[in-house]
Design a protein around this ligand. Structure first.
Ligand code: SF4
Length: 396
């Protein structure tokens, strides 16, 4: 073990009382075309999908994973999430090679959950069964809307028929699946938003993610902003779509996520409960805990540079030890997204700090009716409506 790795285990002022679950996030960065609202680290496959360096990228991921092993010796993986970009552009045999390499180093994840994001194009649907055979148990389909005009407005490459086919097939092939939908789209009426949810629910999805379209900096929509529904319309659409999901037996368990009992995303729950995660792939983020410190890492963002650096043994772009003063906000930022909140005891266990760190902010938020009293850090209904403000109250 190198001196730098030994220092990770021996330095720091925190006193963690337990090692949190460890997840693995794998970023596959290419898309057929960049959507105008997207601010993810996704890159257009401008040379055409067949020419993308899929095999070298998987080699780079495995090399990167090997470089991470000394930091997590002896730990099991809780879950795996293959996100992007559009991971389903990768050939199934490469996904199989990737997962085999992960299993050879960690064994299968203890929660049994291996999620892959996919777009609904026909080309990708033809591969769903092969992705399942490679070990993927949960498919997350980026549908966004079933409305043809809105799909075009969002710059999506699939059409409404393909979205329907993909949702039906995911239910047949995978143990569980998620449909990603967006609302408050350019010129979308409340009726159209509700129609989208109704169509999604007709496929009986165990999990729905409902996001409001927001205009992010450095996107095509930020340069040429579309007309979005006004705030009042957005709020009433939001309430109506949530009610529709509830009525279909999907419980809202996170600010944007709904699930049937037992189908909550285990990987994302680990993020929100301040668990650990390794991150490999272009631009991937990681959070790793040691007995006395917590580290955040980011890997090189450009895919070709990532391949080169990872194969040379160092794809790290940034590495930073969290300061004790940052932990209340970091913890609240994640935990308060959960409708049931997060137990206090996780703060002591996973941040290695006394609960008194949270006291002043909690009292202020409780007095304003934004947090529930008790031994769980949990927003009230009012707090959920003003979640950003509540989270900010935990800033140093
Ligand atoms: S397919 Fe997804 S990741 Fe790719 S550009 Fe569109 S929104 Fe971004």
């Amino acid at each position: 073990m190198s001196d730098a790795t030994i220092q990770l285990f021996t330095r720091g002022s925190l006193q963690l009382t337990a090692s949190p679950p460890l997840a693995l996030y794998i970023h596959l960065p290419w898309c057929i075309r960049k959507c105008p609202y997207c601010d993810f680290n996704s890159h257009e496959g401008s040379k055409g999908q067949t020419e993308l360096p899929f095999a070298q990228y998987i080699d780079a991921l495995i090399a990167d994973l090997d470089m991470q092993l000394p930091k997590v010796w002896g730990r099991k993986l809780w879950s795996i999430f293959i996100g992007g970009g559009t991971p389903s552009l990768f050939p199934p045999q490469e996904i199989d090679r990737l997962l085999s390499a992960v299993f050879a180093r960690f064994g299968p994840p203890t929660s049994g959950e291996i999620t892959m994001e996919a777009n609904p194009g026909t080309f990708e649907q033809a591969r769903f069964r092969a992705f399942r055979a490679a070990g993927v148990t949960r498919l997350s389909i980026g549908v966004q809307t079933f409305n043809e005009q809105h799909l075009q407005r969002l710059g999506r490459v699939h059409d409404a028929t393909q979205a329907r086919q993909a949702a039906a097939l995911a239910g047949e092939v995978f143990e569980t699946f998620n449909i990603d939908l967006m609302y408050a789209l350019p010129d979308q009426t409340q009726e159209q938003a509700l129609q989208d949810i109704e169509t999604a629910l007709s496929f009986n999805p165990p999990h729905l993610s409902l996001y409001q379209l927001t205009i992010e900096p450095n996107t095509a929509f930020a340069v040429h902003p579309p007309t979005l529904p006004d705030d009042d319309t957005q709020a009433s659409v939001e309430e109506a779509v949530r009610e529709q999901a509830r009525a279909a037996g999907l419980r809202r368990y996170e600010i944007s996520a709904f699930a049937k009992a037992g189908h909550e995303c285990r990987h994302n729950l680990n993020y929100w409960q301040f668990g650990d995660y390794l991150g490999i792939g272009a631009g991937a983020h990681a959070k790793l805990s040691f007995p006395q410190q917590i580290l955040r890492e980011v890997r090189v963002r450009q895919p070709m540079a990532y391949i080169e650096k990872a194969l040379a043994g160092d794809a790290l772009l940034e590495s930073r030890v969290l300061k004790a003063a940052e932990l209340p906000f970091e913890f609240a930022l994640n935990g308060l997204r959960l409708i049931d909140g997060v137990p206090d005891v996780f703060y002591r266990e996973r941040c290695g700090r006394p609960l008194t760190d949270l006291t002043r902010s909690r009292l202020q938020a409780e007095q304003k009716g934004l947090l529930q009293p008790g031994d769980v850090l949990k927003a009230t209904d009012l707090g959920l409506r003003f979640l950003n403000d509540v989270q900010q109250m935990f800033l140093d």
